[in-house]
Design a protein around this ligand. Structure first.
Ligand code: 5GP
Ligand code: ZN
Length: 135
């Protein structure tokens, strides 16, 4: 993909703070970190979305995400980490090349993710019925 920023980073056309590379996976620090130790796990091959990424490749990505997250937790002495992925614009995906975010967390980082929504709570049963009759 000629216009893809992450493909350009992987090809070395755009510089990055690379922390790991193997045959299939490439890991860099995010240029706009949420906390210290925010890194991105990318497949070397271009896939647009998590759900269109080969099972074999995304499995390798999550194993590397876990290993490096654990290692960086030790190095930065963080208190935990989040591993997330954004699929689609509505979910916050800005770069159409699959990636996992790994964000190291600190007890005092004041980051609040996933605020619960009372309206959605009232719809659990309806949502469940819809899912279970179509899955
Ligand atoms: P998304 O919003 O698609 O889930 O995440 C894209 C991430 O890529 C963002 O956190 C953004 O800061 C990061 N990013 C965008 N462009 C670059 C770049 O050129 N280099 C690096 N290292 N990260 C980038
Ligand atoms: Zn790409």
């Amino acid at each position: 993909m000629e216009s893809c920023i992450f493909c350009k980073i992987i090809n070395g056309e755009i510089p990055s703070y690379k922390i790991y590379e193997d045959e299939h996976v490439f890991v860099i620090l995010d240029m706009n970190p949420v906390t210290a130790g925010h890194f991105l796990v990318l497949p070397k091959k271009h896939f647009e979305m998590p759900e269109s990424t080969d099972d074999e490749i995304i499995s390798k990505m999550i194993i590397i995400a876990k290993r490096i997250a654990k290692n960086i937790k030790r190095i930065l002495n963080s208190d935990g980490f989040n591993i997330t992925t954004n699929s689609g614009e509505a979910a916050g995906q800005t770069i159409s090349h699959t990636h996992f975010h790994v964000v190291q967390r600190f007890k005092n980082d004041n980051l609040k993710l996933w605020p619960p929504n009372e309206n959605e709570k009232n719809k659990i049963k309806e949502t469940y019925k819809k899912i279970i009759s179509n899955i």
